[in-house]
Unconditional design. Structure first.
Length: 288
């Protein structure tokens, strides 16, 4: 097994996080098994998320909303009766290209930040199902461990940054938003206010932006095999970061509120098999 490099982890924008805050991650049983046996965090490439505006900058939003205003301006009312209006075409092409680069070279592992008891029915329904679970850990403990130990990666050039998400109204197009957020560290750490219920905290791995070559197909070689090799090297959907000193991370497990006894016992057996001392807790929710 190839040894992984230690990558230092930077924490930002957390001065307002309560000292007793917890990070929660809701998951199905397959993701949990991968988590405990690989002892790693899986970070998904931003263009694989549902939100098409992942990583969009405030400046890009400004021009997108300006385009909407221009396209619907009354000055074009007569023209609009015979043709569609499409302004700022060059600017939109540039934004599409820029956003594509941001999404392709940033990877995220997402948590919910709250208190020790802040279970969420919405998060259970979105990210897990009956007989699955959530893991949680005290934020201050998690931060201390990652600062001391770093995270493991085969790519020593990765930059890893952790931050809560800042939510803002993407539909508004006033100069105050642009001015107020001009010093925001990175656009991958803010999202539209419609996602505010997620109370998201992110671990981001940033690769250096680079040009990806075209697929070089070879005569007499299977195209699917060439595409597989290309994707493995250039177009992978996510990356794994190793959690060093895994057994000493004080994760706790919370059973899904609809979990059956047999499923709970299986999880307990898995934890014992993995030789972990994670505390296992019942959900405090009472659902049908």
């Amino acid at each position: 097994m190839i040894e992984k490099d230690k990558i230092n982890v930077e924490f930002i924008n957390d001065e307002h996080i309560d000292k007793d805050a917890y990070l929660w991650r809701y998951m199905d049983i397959n993701k949990f098994l991968s988590f405990i046996f690989e002892k790693s965090l899986y970070l998904t490439r931003l263009d694989k998320f549902e939100d098409k505006k992942e990583g969009i900058t405030i400046n890009q939003l400004f021009y997108i909303n300006l385009k909407k205003e221009l396209d619907n301006h009354p000055i074009f009312d007569n023209i609009r009766q015979i043709m569609s209006i499409d302004t700022l075409g060059n600017e939109m092409n540039q934004i599409d290209s820029q956003l594509k680069k941001i999404q392709e070279f940033n990877f995220a592992n997402c948590w919910v930040i709250g208190n020790n008891d802040s279970e969420s029915v919405a998060m259970w329904n979105l990210y897990s199902k009956p007989n699955s679970l959530a893991i949680k850990i005290k934020f201050s403990e998690f931060k201390r461990q990652l600062i001391e130990n770093g995270l493991g990666s085969h790519d020593s050039k990765l930059k890893i940054i952790c931050s809560p998400i800042k939510y803002m109204d993407f539909q508004k197009n006033n100069k105050n938003i642009l001015d107020k957020n001009e010093n925001l560290a990175d656009s991958v750490f803010f999202k539209d206010i419609s996602f505010e219920h997620e109370k998201e905290y992110r671990i981001i791995a940033k690769e250096n932006i680079r040009e990806k070559p075209e697929i070089n197909y070879k005569p007499n070689l299977n195209r699917k095999r060439i595409e597989q090799l290309y994707n493995n090297h250039w177009n992978y959907p996510g990356i794994e970061l190793e959690l060093f000193d895994f057994k000493n991370l004080n994760f706790e497990i919370v059973h899904h509120p609809k979990s059956q006894d047999w499923a709970k016992k299986n999880i307990e057996k898995v934890i014992k098999l993995a030789e972990l001392n994670f505390k296992i807790l019942e959900s405090k929710l009472d659902l049908k």
